[in-house]
Design a protein around this ligand. Structure first.
Ligand code: IDP
Ligand code: MG
Length: 154
């Protein structure tokens, strides 16, 4: 059986401003992913630079940091079987214009710099744990049993 994992996911400022928090969270709940942490928050400059540190040499870095600090975000931790890659698949491609309908970016976005959602990279082992600990203290994550788990997993 595949692994139970936790992944860091965030509705970005454009998604919050457009009233998409509920829709995005619903998609993950419907899929069977379990919310184990959630926080409506404002990202400061330091956290933004840490979170996107891998992109610090890219030409879009300053705009990305400005954007992600420009308004509140909804940060969450989701748990489930292969959660990291399943969330990435549900998100679509980095560029909404290349994302298939049915994916979050393919349904809600048009522009690369306004792509609604962040999810931990599934090609960078450990990115999920690093991002979770950057945004959440251990005591903000909740271990709980969801009643439908016996029907979701074999
Ligand atoms: P990801 O969000 O799909 O993991 P990354 O390559 O990690 O994509 O890039 C982080 C974020 O930086 C993207 O979600 C997007 O908002 C922004 N970004 C990535 N590439 C570009 C670009 O070429 N121009 C402008 N913004 C970009
Ligand atoms: Mg990324």
């Amino acid at each position: 059986m595949a692994d139970t994992e936790r992944t860091f996911v965030m509705v970005k400022p454009d998604g919050v401003q457009r009233g998409l928090i509920g829709d995005v969270v619903s998609r993950f709940e419907d899929r069977g992913l379990k919310l184990v942490g959630g926080k409506f928050m404002q990202i400061d400059q330091e956290l933004a630079e840490d979170h996107y540190g891998e992109h610090e040499d890219k030409p879009f870095f300053d705009d990305l940091v400005d954007f992600i600090t420009s308004g509140p975000v909804f940060a969450m931790v989701l748990e489930g079987q292969d959660a990291v890659s399943q969330v990435r698949t549900m998100m679509g491609e980095t560029d909404p214009a290349e994302s298939a309908p049915g994916t979050i970016r393919g349904d809600y976005g048009l522009d690369l710099g306004r792509n609604v959602i962040h999810g931990s990279d599934d090609e960078d082992p450990g990115a999920n744990e690093r991002e979770i600990s950057l945004f959440f203290d251990d005591d903000e994550l909740v271990d709980w049993d969801q009643i439908d788990e016996t029907w979701l997993y074999e």
